[in-house]
Design a protein around this ligand. Structure first.
Ligand code: NAP
Length: 370
């Protein structure tokens, strides 16, 4: 196939990480890139080591149509507005997208190739042209416990998430840091005074957290020194849209029929980068723990099984330990008191890599190799 690839939204959080990964893996050598933005048109494109021309207008359908593949990290509203125009104008290229808009469309495949290469190949061979990255937490969950699904052991999964600020994009990351600054600056020299009353410090923080001084326009609530047990909009049955995605996307990615229930609460926490999940997994039978550990560790080359002890957990099982790496750490693996079929585990991975950029750049390679 021809090799004209448009990259839309390269300067956002997902787009920047995708760009870095593509540069590191020398992906730009495989195609002719054009960069698109809704706000930077006419500016110099980022350096990929070869001429690309200036940044083009991401709303210019004619310019977009000249590409064989478009990779969008621009967001759902953009996809909603532009994708129908392109398809309506007869564009038959491949659309690769980080946004959720098209994920559940019947003519779209959700891409996570270490887990569902078979599903991707089957979709492409049927002429599917929309290849959409999965929800970040869902993709990380599947990378983490792929071994259990591959063995057919899973009856259901309850996943309670601890999601980083970067999951909400560039503006929200800045807001978390600004909140941290407001708190620490608001305490002034009291924070440096080791003899200051801890209650005084605590009261000052509590006051700042609910004051107008704390910037909250992006998250709508304090996140630093707090948390937000609500992500995205409400859907039916008391769930949020983020929680709904756990079930529908996991089942679509794996191509499961009958479906396996996946549900739980999604919580935003003050981590900067990397999402975590505490999972309760009901197995179909009592599988011995060593067999479970072997299945988890051997499922893909990125899963990193962490021994269930304090030292290894503190060192290797946290957002701080995995951020910026492709490692998906799984630890705290043990049977729960509910019975021998109930497994508890904790997983953490960089949602900007396996949860966003990595499946997109890998499916681009799959398409270019066809
Ligand atoms: P983002 O950081 O907000 O970037 C989206 C766009 O915002 C950029 O392409 C840029 O477009 C514009 N923008 C405005 N101000 C900016 C600034 N100060 N710095 C950088 N860009 C700025 O959003 P994102 O987190 O990358 O998410 C993009 C899509 O991926 C969304 O649909 C999201 O749901 C999905 N996704 C995100 C994650 C994640 O962990 N963040 C994971 C999986 C999927 P212009 O150049 O056109 O101005």
């Amino acid at each position: 196939m021809a090799r004209r690839v448009g990259i839309i939204g390269y300067r956002g959080m997902v787009g920047s990480v995708l760009f870095e990964r593509m540069k590191a893996e020398k992906d730009f050598e495989l195609f002719e890139p054009t960069f698109f933005s809704t706000s930077q048109q006419g500016q110099a494109a980022p350096d990929v080591g070869k001429p690309t021309g200036p940044v083009k207008d991401a709303n210019d359908v004619e310019a977009l149509k000249s590409c064989d593949v478009l990779v969008s990290c621009q967001g759902g509203d953009y996809t909603k507005a532009v994708h129908p125009k392109l398809r309506g104008a007869g564009w038959g290229g491949y659309w690769i997208d980080a946004a959720s808009t098209l994920r559940m469309a019947p003519n779209a495949v959700i891409v996570l190739d270490p887990v569902n290469r078979r599903v991707i190949d089957s979709a492409l061979s049927k002429g599917v042209k929309d290849c959409i990255g999965g929800n970040c937490t869902v993709s990380l969950m599947l990378m983490a416990i792929q071994g259990l699904f591959d063995k057919g052991w899973v009856e259901w999964v309850s996943s309670m998430t601890y999601q980083a600020a970067s999951g909400a994009g560039a503006k929200n990351m800045r807001e978390l840091l600004l909140q941290m600054r407001t708190l620490t600056q608001g305490l002034g020299r009291t924070l440096d005074d080791g003899d200051a009353s801890i209650l005084e410090l605590d009261r000052a923080v509590s006051k700042l957290l609910v004051s107008a001084e704390l910037p909250t326009s992006a998250f709508g609530a304090p996140l630093a020194a707090s948390l937000i047990p609500w992500i995205d909009s409400a859907v039916a049955d008391g769930q949020t849209r983020e929680e709904l995605k756990g079930h529908v996307e996991a089942n679509k990615i794996l191509g499961l029929s009958p479906e396996i229930p996946v549900d739980g609460l999604c919580v935003r926490i003050g981590a900067m980068r990397s999402h975590s999940l505490a999972m309760t997994i009901k197995l179909k039978k009592d599988v011995p723990l060593p067999e479970i550990e072997q299945a988890l560790a051997g499922a893909n080359q990125w899963v990193d099984l962490i021994p269930n002890d304090k030292e290894a957990t503190l060192k290797r099982l946290s957002p701080a330990a995995v951020s910026g790496t492709l490692r998906v750490a799984v630890g705290r693996v043990h049977k729960l008191k509910m019975g021998p079929e109930y497994l508890g585990c904790f997983a953490v991975g960089d949602q900007l890599l396996w949860g966003a950029a990595e499946p997109l750049r890998r499916v681009l390679r799959i398409l270019l190799e066809r």
